[in-house]
Design a protein. Sequence first.
Length: 297
Amino acid sequence: MKEALAFLDLHPGDRCVDGTLGDGGHSMAILEATSPNGRLLALDADGAALERARQRLQPFTDRVVLVNDNFANLATVVRTHGFAPVPGVLLDLGLSSWQLSEARRGFSFSDEAPLDMRLSASQPFTAAEVVNTYSQEELSHILFTYGEEPQARRIAQAILRRRPIATALELAQAVEGVVPRRGRRISPATRTFLALRMWVNSDLENLQAALQGAIGVLKRGGRLVVIAYHSLEDAKVKRFMRQEARDCICPPEQVPCVCGHKATVKVLTRKVVMPSAEEVARNPRVRSARLRACAAL
Ligand SMILES: C[S@@+](CC[C@H](N)C(=O)[O-])C[C@H]1O[C@@H](n2cnc3c(N)ncnc32)[C@H](O)[C@@H]1O
């Protein structure tokens, strides 16, 4: 949180966009940093999360615009609400503590609610449809690619044997049946859940659209700060920022340049920024956080 705010480098009166409102913690800090009259536009694809955060942000109502939309549409939302060009955009990816602990949509292993995993009902299919209708090869591919799960084939086989799977609890049991816990603190189903959630919500595609959209609405010198918790997402952010910081993106053997690409940002984090030991001790869920930031040219 402290590092994210430092990289956003906001001043009193600034506008700012929080693409991932969640529990509203970062949004509150942004409102405080831009006090007394800075304005915040915050998005969340999850309407229930947005309504919860609305309560928390009550004291700042006249300075806040909340929009229930996917950050893939960030540029359009920002322009529609007159926030462009904007001095700061924050993306804090993944799920909020509330979403992870709330047993209702199949995000947590012990969840006996239907296995859904969609952030929004506008996503075309649920996790239950994926685990109950996809072929073993398709499931194995998703678990391997998005969850980086070394046991993807065995888990896919176990899912097919266990079908129909109705709840997150049943899915977790199917995985634990073939990949025993063996004293590990983290459930062997963690990677499977992550992979399905990313597939159901098109996370990587939405992230790409959000990064491009954010660059397009930043004012000169404006900052984009992204916090990722998954190596694939962090790799995408790193590649995007490095590419946008280059004047030419032709392959090295292409001389002279034919792409005509011009640098749009300066990367501010030469090395990825990790949370301090103190922050991890306070909130262990941030242990895998990776922060990267850039400034618009
Ligand atoms: C890690 S939480 C953000 C926590 C927040 N920064 C805070 O301080 O409380 C991520 C939030 O982003 C939302 N989210 C995830 N993917 C999204 C997307 N594609 N579009 C919009 N919101 C998304 C989730 O619903 C969740 O509420």
